[in-house]
Ligand binder design. Structure first.
Ligand SMILES: Cc1ncc(COP(=O)(O)O)c(C=O)c1O
Length: 480
């Protein structure tokens, strides 16, 4: 009966024996009521200690696989019903679950799982300079906060009040946002802010307008309940405000007015006013994603459209992912007062509070001026990298690509007629990140290029990456 049991050195003998016996019972190779060898016999046959076999038999008895009958030996339990023994209905302990035995999975064709282990490669768009983060002062701040008893329990789902106050103060003074702390909701990154907006504002059948090309994270969140996403074209690298009237009604419009993602344009003041007027006329919410406006290199960035006048229909979204670290997962939403309770309730259901220690440390980091100092240094650093990268692209790659550049942000688009998906994949094999421009488009008519996040690359990596790109273009002569 046990001739086919094989034990080797790959795992503890007891585990192997347990699994093999349990599997054979589940597969009906050992039928209910059949007798197993005595522990002494089996130990001898397998060349293991009797204790090992006794321990496995005891475990299998305790779990109902086996039963002992006084004076007669050990048997496969009579009560193991045949209907639970069909192959696949109950995976053997420790074995991988049989997929066919799972309840039906949702039919979804729109799954884009694009984050990989390579997500922190230099030039990955959206990634700040991880080495320039002031880790010592951050650690000191965390250490300062971590022994506070207050931070060990639950706090507010809306966000730790001192952090909401610090964020409100920062947004009022540096972004012209009209807000008080009670309108601020701390979120787990901008991504959660977008999901909460979709959860609270969108009903079946509502249409969403998104810039085309645009930020995929927003598109996916806003379409996740089956709502239709209608593309809004760009003109001169910014949302074409004049095109809005021809697009029909919509519940909300997602946009990046202060640094269009990914094309980098900046909506000027008259376009901002026209956008707000259009939204008011059409009763449409504007989701303003202000993801990297800290990094405008020569001029102060335009004030957020949220604050252009009182009571704008704007949900303002921001994040510390670019200004500090993506791994912090702290973002924020500023919304008109009547929406606060709805969004907080949605956050309560969808994950609850954000980690309290991080929020408290961040509040202290901002209040003590360390955040502003860090931003000042990063603005300088990213400007230098931007100048270097841009000049190398023009000099070395000018025959193949056109850099699309405003003096802002953390990424540059190198536009050109080449297979951007193939090039981006190849670049990853060389240790450099990028995203293909074409994946940011909705529908047909995608343009091609590479979105390159220069902030995370060192000077040396900038030189290396440009040399690699030159080599690729030179060996793909059709790509021009
Ligand atoms: C346009 C845009 N908005 C927002 C974010 C920030 O997302 P999160 O705060 O979830 O990291 C990113 C990050 O890549 C982005 O590119």
């Amino acid at each position: 009966m046990i001739d086919d049991i094989r034990l080797d050195a790959s795992a503890p003998l007891q585990n192997q024996l347990y699994q093999q016996l349990a599997q054979r019972i589940l597969q009906r190779r050992y039928l209910p009521g059949s007798r197993l060898p005595s522990s002494r016999q089996l130990a001898q046959d397998l060349g293991v200690s009797r204790n090992t076999v006794s321990a496995v038999y005891d475990q299998l008895k305790a779990e109902g696989f086996l039963q002992g009958r006084a004076g007669r030996g050990v048997f496969v339990h009579d009560d193991i019903r045949s209907d639970i023994l069909r192959p696949g209905t109950r995976p053997a302990p420790g074995a991988a679950a049989d997929k066919s035995a799972l309840p039906p999975l949702p039919q979804r064709t729109d799954l884009h799982i694009s984050r990989t282990e390579d997500a922190s490669l230099p030039f990955q768009p959206g990634l700040p300079d991880l080495d320039a983060f002031p880790i010592r002062s951050w650690n000191r701040t965390v250490h300062h906060q971590e022994s506070r008893r207050l931070l060990r329990g639950y706090d507010s789902t809306q966000g730790y009040l001192p952090l909401r106050q610090a964020v409100a103060q920062y947004l009022r003074s540096s972004r012209g946002v009209r807000c008080e702390a009670h309108q601020v909701i701390i979120t787990n990154g901008a991504q959660q802010a977008l999901s909460l907006i979709a959860d609270v504002l969108l009903e079946p059948g509502d249409t969403v307008l998104c810039e085309n090309p645009g930020y995929r994270g927003a598109r996916h969140a806003l379409a996740s309940r089956g709502n239709q996403v209608r593309p809004v074209p760009l003109r001169k690298q910014v949302l074409d405000v004049d095109a809005l009237d021809g697009l029909g009604s919509a519940k909300l419009l997602f946009c990046t007015p202060t640094h269009q993602y990914p094309m980098g344009g900046i909506l000027d003041i008259s376009q901002r006013m026209a956008l707000l007027k259009w939204a008011q006329r059409n009763q449409t919410w504007i989701v303003e994603d202000d993801y990297d406006s800290e990094f405008h290199f020569y001029n102060k960035p335009f004030a957020a459209i949220q604050g252009l006048f009182a009571d704008t229909p704007v949900l303002y979204v921001g994040s510390f992912s670019k200004s500090l670290l993506p791994a912090m997962r702290v973002g924020y939403l500023v919304v008109p007062e009547p929406l606060v309770a709805h969004l907080v309730q949605s956050k309560r259901i969808n994950g609850g509070e954000s980690p309290l220690l991080i929020q408290a440390a961040l509040a202290e980091f901002i209040e003590t001026g360390q955040f502003t100092r860090h931003l000042r240094r990063m603005r300088q650093l990213y400007r230098d990298k931007w100048l270097l990268f841009q000049s190398r692209v023009v000099r070395e790659l000018g025959a193949w690509v056109t850099p699309i550049a405003e003096s802002a942000g953390m990424h540059l688009v190198l536009e050109g007629p080449f297979d951007d998906i193939a090039l981006s994949r190849w670049l990853a094999t060389q240790g450099f990140g990028s995203t293909p421009l074409s994946v940011h488009f909705i529908g047909d008519g995608a343009r091609t290029g590479l979105v390159m996040g220069f902030a995370s690359a060192s000077e040396q990596q900038i030189e290396q990456c440009v040399a690699l790109l030159k080599q690729w273009f030179a060996s793909h002569p059709g790509e021009r």
